[in-house]
Design a protein around this ligand. Structure first.
Ligand SMILES: *[C@@H]1O[C@H](CO)[C@@H](O)[C@H](O)[C@H]1NC(C)=O
Ligand SMILES: *[C@@H]1O[C@H](CO)[C@@H](O)[C@H](O)[C@H]1NC(C)=O
Ligand SMILES: *[C@@H]1O[C@H](CO)[C@@H](O)[C@H](O)[C@H]1NC(C)=O
Ligand SMILES: *[C@@H]1O[C@H](CO)[C@@H](O)[C@H](O)[C@H]1NC(C)=O
Ligand SMILES: *[C@@H]1O[C@H](CO)[C@@H](O)[C@H](O)[C@H]1NC(C)=O
Ligand SMILES: *[C@@H]1O[C@H](CO)[C@@H](O)[C@H](O)[C@H]1NC(C)=O
Ligand SMILES: *[C@@H]1O[C@H](CO)[C@@H](O)[C@H](O)[C@H]1NC(C)=O
Ligand SMILES: *[C@@H]1O[C@H](CO)[C@@H](O)[C@H](O)[C@H]1NC(C)=O
Ligand SMILES: *[C@@H]1O[C@H](CO)[C@@H](O)[C@H](O)[C@H]1NC(C)=O
Ligand SMILES: *[C@@H]1O[C@H](CO)[C@@H](O)[C@H](O)[C@H]1NC(C)=O
Ligand SMILES: *[C@@H]1O[C@H](CO)[C@@H](O)[C@H](O)[C@H]1NC(C)=O
Ligand SMILES: *[C@@H]1O[C@H](CO)[C@@H](O)[C@H](O)[C@H]1NC(C)=O
Length: 767
């Protein structure tokens, strides 16, 4: 199945989360003054014991002490660097990252040079422990600002860091610059009738400065800082997906020990950073030493005492659960209780996502699409709910539609194609893409395509295998050459190269959705009937709404299949509105999550190489036989194809694509979707003066001379661990500091242990 999906961090269990992680933590014990720990038992052992007893939350400083007690091995690290260096050649954007065009909002990065630099540090013996090495490595992964580039591996996959209180950034009236509040204060003050006080400082640093830095470090995968900012903040649309914010659950790097919020009213709140353990209880067996941790997390070796029968599987099942068909409770009362349309099996644990609403006073329908990440069994229900919502809006004579895509991380590629056709049955989206053209890729492509072409359709086995392989990434002769409108005739025709920005690329390809054999292979047995000759089966034969009656609402976090949808809709003339971002005026982009066309797993690439070698002599002679990852890797991948517009050469990922209008979240609308949709519809359709100052005129949708995009803020990527900006993640080489050997106490007790029995499962995995 074809996926284009960004980051989703999820809490799959019925956690009953408040907007804050528990604040009552057990009194801390004094730092041990004993000598440096011996190479044997470290705090890692205490943590793993506690996990097996059912705990999942720990002091951040204890997690850090554990992580930095894990030894480093330069040979293993070197193999890992080589694996990634080979793999990252398939990343479509490396030349553009090195030399980004005007309008790109993130620092440039030379990925290969940085990998060489990390290798050099390995050679020089600069890494004192595994955390230190992996932090450097993950910073480089994040510097690509592309959520199709992911890596869940080694000790960094063991923990995520969390502030115990969620925060939200809201304006008092939609015009004043937003301020940051504790989310619980916003929710409770509204109920209880008091006035919350904004945060002025975190840890003594001015709040905006602190959070901007924190976001740049931890909020990965976004092409501009406005989106990184939003990724830190609470959102009802994240709540209904069971997600955690980057600030309160999904931070990668050790943020420090204690944490102080200071408020405008002069008071302050002293607390501590927490760590969430990401591995399932009893999964590892007892791990006592840093070395045990190394064996399990870095080498993937289970201890001899591991007993698989002790594992209690996570509770997420995807089964129907008996929740009513609304998001009201799951969103802390933000979503209405009475949607006009709700997809079957709606719920945090369910398979449904889609709801529809009517704002009668302004004759507006709202279609809420928080994700495209539907499992195959639910794709037709998803599509059905969308179609019912559109048909319902038409029957009610509504004149406008808001499509709410906040927090949409992408998912099934089929959905953007089908939803586009529900709105515009008369149009065909361009949806062109291309990949890097270089020897390794072209060897795989030539071998696989040649083999596929040669399969004999009159032989039943061959025919079936050919059908199965029809959507293979390396079969090209059933894809359309965008330049000719015909099938490519060979890989050689496709591989070009087309030279651009110092790199070589293939020609632009498009899917042939009228090819049912391709569709079935690509889309989990589905075929989109509205792209076929017999499209009379499709409920919409004519468009119901014109582009100027539709607006897309995002928070900038729209990624992958969501950005593909935004691209299709805006090229048809649909306008966009974006909410939130840094507390400063000016424009913001609509879809700052990855705009790559397709995520590709490094493991699939390994299989592709093996397969190509097995069918072709050139491939066998050229391709590496066994690719050794070195470090045990749970998940890893890259963006194999860029989205590329008709007759253009710059990947969409690097174009400045501002929304037509930007609004701030407000105290009144942050946890009231009805209010937010009113505010969005009003700014988009009725009164553009409600848009944030200076946010209009940058959009390229039906605008032939958009304003010049803002200059990017900083030229320097956050890469080097030894810059002042990231002091927190630097390995502290005082061995006495951090090892509280007697401690090892988890954040415990019934009232403060959240999600016992493996409730929280956090992963950067994009399966
Ligand atoms: C881990 O296994 C032990 C039995 O050794 C069991 O008592 C415990 O409940 C298990 N922990 C979890 C969190 O399932
Ligand atoms: C990475 O690959 C490039 C060739 O693509 C090579 O020049 C470089 O030395 C390699 N770096 C490492 C660290 O393996
Ligand atoms: C100050 O503001 C904080 C944050 O809203 C609140 O928790 C606290 O109760 C307020 N204190 C006083 C004295 O008003
Ligand atoms: C907050 O300040 C404390 C004390 O200076 C420090 O230990 C901690 O690392 C800081 N945290 C952050 C995130 O800066
Ligand atoms: C945080 O740590 C610093 C340095 O250890 C200390 O000065 C400060 O008082 C601590 N803050 C809290 C809230 O414990
Ligand atoms: C879930 O429930 C809906 C409505 O009751 C039903 O149509 C659907 O088949 C169920 N799905 C599964 C996976 O059981
Ligand atoms: C929503 O919350 C109310 C009040 O706590 C409760 O009565 C109701 O059962 C909840 N609904 C769901 C679906 O959990
Ligand atoms: C919608 O408009 C049509 C034609 O003007 C009218 O017949 C119908 O009653 C209207 N429907 C509603 C729900 O107002
Ligand atoms: C491309 O080739 C496929 C067979 O692989 C065929 O079904 C399809 O009709 C061709 N499309 C075009 C546009 O020629
Ligand atoms: C549409 O065409 C496809 C492919 O030819 C066929 O499998 C399917 O049954 C047709 N569907 C309808 C509703 O006619
Ligand atoms: C906007 O531009 C697109 C593409 O050029 C065009 O198809 C569409 O009609 C235009 N829409 C509006 C509302 O002007
Ligand atoms: C949410 O906003 C709507 C529209 O302004 C308003 O009618 C409603 O009372 C608000 N709900 C709450 C709980 O404040």
């Amino acid at each position: 199945m074809l996926f284009a999906r960004g980051l989703l961090v999820a809490c799959f269990a019925a956690c009953g989360f408040a907007r804050s992680l528990p604040n009552k933590v057990r009194p801390r014990q004094a730092s041990s003054t004993t000598d440096a720990p011996d190479a044997q038992a470290t705090i890692c052992g205490d943590i793993v014991d506690s996990v097996n007893e059912g705990y999942q939350l720990f002091w951040a400083s204890d997690a850090y002490a554990c992580l930095t007690s894990v030894p480093f091995n330069d040979a293993v690290a070197t193999r890992f660097i080589k694996y990634w260096n080979d793999t990252i050649q398939f990343q479509s954007t490396i030349a553009y990252l090195k030399n980004p065009p005007e309008g790109y909002q993130q620092p440039a990065v030379d990925v290969v040079a940085e990998l060489n630099r990390i290798q050099q540090r390995v050679n020089e013996g600069s890494y004192a422990n595994q955390y230190d090495f992996e932090a450097d490595f993950q910073l480089l992964t994040y510097a690509l600002h592309d959520s199709h580039v992911y890596l869940t591996a080694g000790v960094l996959s063991a923990f995520s860091f969390a502030a115990p209180y969620e925060i939200a950034s809201v304006s008092s009236d939609g015009k004043q610059a937003p301020k940051v509040y504790i989310t619980d204060d916003l929710l409770n003050s509204a109920k209880e009738g008091w006035t919350p006080s904004a945060i002025t400082n975190i840890n003594g640093t001015e709040v905006n400065q602190f959070l901007t830095q924190f976001a740049a470090l931890n909020a990965w995968g976004y092409v501009e800082p406005h989106a990184e900012w939003n990724a830190l903040m609470s959102s009802p649309t994240l709540d209904i997906q069971g997600g955690l914010t980057v600030f309160s659950g999904a931070a990668t790097f050790y943020p420090g020990d204690n944490l102080t919020y200071t408020f405008e009213n002069g008071t302050s709140l002293d607390t501590y950073w927490l760590a969430i353990y990401n591995e399932v209880a009893n999964y590892t067996g007892p791990l006592t030493t840093g070395g045990d941790f190394y064996n399990y997390f870095v080498l993937g070796l289970l201890p001899a005492s591991f007993d698989p029968t002790l594992i209690v599987s996570p509770t997420y099942s995807g089964d129907n659960v008996s929740e009513p068909a609304n998001w009201y409770n799951a969103s802390f009362g933000a979503f209405p209780e009475d949607p006009a349309i709700a997809q079957a099996d709606l719920g945090i644990l369910g398979g449904g996502f889609v709801t529809g609403y009517v704002l009668e006073d302004i004759s507006t329908g709202v279609l809420s699409l928080p994700s495209f990440d539907a499992i195959p069994q639910t794709l037709s229900n998803y599509s059905l709910a969308v179609n019912q919502a559109i048909a319902g809006a038409a029957a009610a004579n509504l004149t406008r539609i808001v499509i709410d895509l906040q927090r949409n991380p992408g998912g099934a590629t089929l959905l953007p194609y089908t939803i586009f056709k529900a709105f515009f049955p008369d149009l065909s989206p361009f949806a062109g893409s291309r990949r890097r053209s270089f020897p390794l890729a072209n060897v795989i492509g030539s071998a696989t395509t040649k083999y596929w072409d040669a399969l004999d359709e009159n032989n039943e086995d061959d025919y079936n295998f050919k059908a199965q392989l029809a959507a293979d990434e390396w079969v090209i002769t059933n894809r359309i050459n965008a330049a000719t409108g015909k099938n490519f005739t060979s890989w050689q025709e496709y591989q070009g190269p087309v030279n651009a920005n110092g790199d070589a690329f293939s020609l632009t390809e498009r899917y042939d959705l009228a090819n049912v054999v391709f569709d079935i292979a690509a889309f989990d047995e589905y075929y989109p009937v509205m792209y076929l000759p017999n499209k009379t089966a499709w409920p919409f034969q004519e468009r119901i709404f014109n582009p100027d009656q539709i607006v897309l609402l995002t928070d900038g976090l729209c990624a992958s299949a969501c950005s593909l949808f935004v691209e299709m809709m805006t090229r048809a003339g649909v306008k966009t509105i974006v909410a939130g971002g840094h507390p400063k005026t000016g424009p913001m982009q609509t879809a700052s999550g990855t705009r790559g066309a397709i995520v590709y797993s490094a493991f699939d690439l390994d299989d592709d190489m093996t397969f190509a070698s097995s069918i072709d002599n050139t491939a066998e002679a050229t391709l590496p036989q066994i690719r050794d990852t070195g470090v045990y890797t749970k998940a890893a991948g890259f963006n194999v194809r860029d989205q590329i517009r008709k007759d253009e050469t710059t990947p969409l990922q690097f174009k400045y694509e501002a929304a037509d209008c930007r609004i701030y979240y407000t105290i009144a609308n942050i946890y009231n979707m009805t209010q937010l949709w009113h505010d969005a519809a009003t700014a988009a359709f009725i009164d553009p003066s409600n848009c944030v100052d200076g946010s209009r005129g940058f959009s390229t949708t039906n605008n032939t001379s958009p304003n010049t995009p803002p200059k990017r803020q900083s030229q320097k990527p956050i890469l080097s661990l030894d810059t002042n900006s990231v002091k927190q993640v630097r390995f502290d080489d005082d061995p006495n500091d951090g090892y509280r050997s007697a401690l090892g106490k988890p954040v415990g007790g019934n009232d403060i242990s959240i999600c016992p029995s493996n409730g929280i499962h956090i992963d950067h995995l994009l399966w």
